[in-house]
Design a protein around this ligand. Structure first.
Ligand SMILES: Cc1cc2nc3c(=O)[nH]c(=O)nc-3n(C[C@H](O)[C@H](O)[C@H](O)COP(=O)(O)O)c2cc1C
Length: 367
């Protein structure tokens, strides 16, 4: 059998991605006051990022008002928001990419300012419109952050229901791939990690207790998200603080999530608390995708993958089933179409055939 390449289609349930390249969820913090996407920003942003792509995952979208990370996030808890998001799904699908959406509950990282503006990425006070974050235990994310309110069993049930409700809206909006954000210290990750979860009830303690919320959420989402459509879980494959969630925990959890109804694990890492020592380097998280994939569950690799030859190499050596490129595609959305001109919209094909853009971004002098 030929090794998997970037242009090999990927089938997940009844959905086929035309190639193995995806845009990971990347928050843009530009939603309108009702947490809906806008025609002036989100439509052109996602349209251009869909050119030549197999999959585009729309940024972290809150499942409830209390689940927002910042007041500028997208949300999906009512039909008006679903109708607005349907226009985003439509522009992505119109380019031939599969339209995906990431659902998120910010948990103890809720109630922050966006990472640009007057006070970037700072906890919001009540006078600034802040709200009470929720979490497993009253342990703040970092100095200066409000301790989360430890969630009661009723609040936990409500959060599970909010994910399921948002998944139903996502299907109605025309998305064909759904991802649950269980990384970067958000609610679902904060229940997994012993650093943030010190509960003594059935949602804490050992591996089974700490994974219970995520597993219940996957099963609940499967009741509202269509059976024929794929569901991914973004895991922080490991924490980088001693005593935290480990890669071995992720390898153990992946097949359980698959049995609950997940089809792919998107392998990011870290983000449980600050400060946190984080390694970095080219494709530095791909070994996590490889280790988790060896448990038999398909994975996506992400993180500092900046060119298509590196992406192809990760696929052909079996590190992952899908490559996600974030910052590189924010900067250069034409990257996939320049690699495979057939994937470019017909209106651009003549330009691609007759124009060479030099590596430094300049046109050659003869043009
Ligand atoms: C501006 C920005 C916004 C991001 N927003 C999200 C998000 O909404 N959800 C998420 O899971 N990760 C988010 N991430 C992380 C990315 O999905 C990705 O994992 C990370 O940027 C590493 O990939 P890259 O090196 O290809 O950019 C964000 C990263 C950046 C730089």
């Amino acid at each position: 059998m030929n090794p998997t390449s970037l242009n090999t289609p990927l089938r997940l349930r009844e959905v086929e991605l035309r190639n193995r390249l995806g845009l990971p969820a990347m928050s843009t913090y530009q939603a309108d006051p009702e947490h809906r996407p806008t025609a002036g920003w989100h439509l052109p942003h996602y349209l251009t990022r869909s050119i030549g792509m197999g999959l585009v995952i729309v940024e972290a979208t809150a499942v409830a008002a209390e689940a927002l990370a910042t007041p500028h996030d997208l949300g999906l808890w009512n039909a008006r928001q679903a109708r607005a998001l349907a226009t985003v799904a439509e522009v992505i699908s119109a380019q031939g990419a599969v339209a995906g959406l990431q659902l998120s509950h910010a948990g103890r990282k809720a109630s922050r300012s966006r990472p640009f503006g007057r006070t970037p990425d700072a906890p919001l006070t009540e006078t600034e419109g802040g709200w009470q974050p929720l979490g497993p235990s009253a342990l703040p994310f970092a100095d200066g952050y409000r301790p989360p309110q430890p969630m009661s069993p009723g609040q936990i049930d409500r959060a599970v229901g909010q994910f399921a409700g948002a998944a139903g809206h996502a299907a109605a909006a025309g998305f064909r791939f759904l991802e649950l954000h269980a990384g970067h210290g958000r609610l679902l990750h904060s229940f997994l990690s012993p650093l943030s979860n010190q509960r003594t009830d059935g949602y804490g303690g050992d591996f089974t207790g700490r994974t219970r919320l995520l597993r219940e959420t996957v099963r609940a989402v499967r009741t509202t998200w269509p059976r024929e459509l794929p569901l991914a879980v973004r895991l922080s494959a490991r924490d980088f603080i001693p005593g935290g969630w480990s890669l071995e925990d992720s390898v153990r959890l992946a097949p359980l999530l698959a049995a609950d109804g997940a089809d792919l694990i998107d392998c990011t890492s870290g983000g449980i608390a600050r400060p946190e020592p984080r390694p970095t380097g080219p494709a530095w998280q791909a070994p996590f995708a490889r280790a988790i994939r060896q448990s038999g569950v398909p994975t996506a690799a992400v993180g500092k993958i900046t060119n298509l030859s590196e992406a192809g190499r990760l696929l052909s050596c079996g590190d992952c089933d899908l490559v996600l490129m974030g910052r590189a595609l924010l900067v250069d959305p034409m990257l996939p179409a320049r690699h495979t001109p057939d994937l470019a919209p017909p209106s651009y094909q003549r330009a691609l055939a007759t124009t060479t853009v030099l590596a430094d971004g300049h046109l050659p002098p003869e043009l």
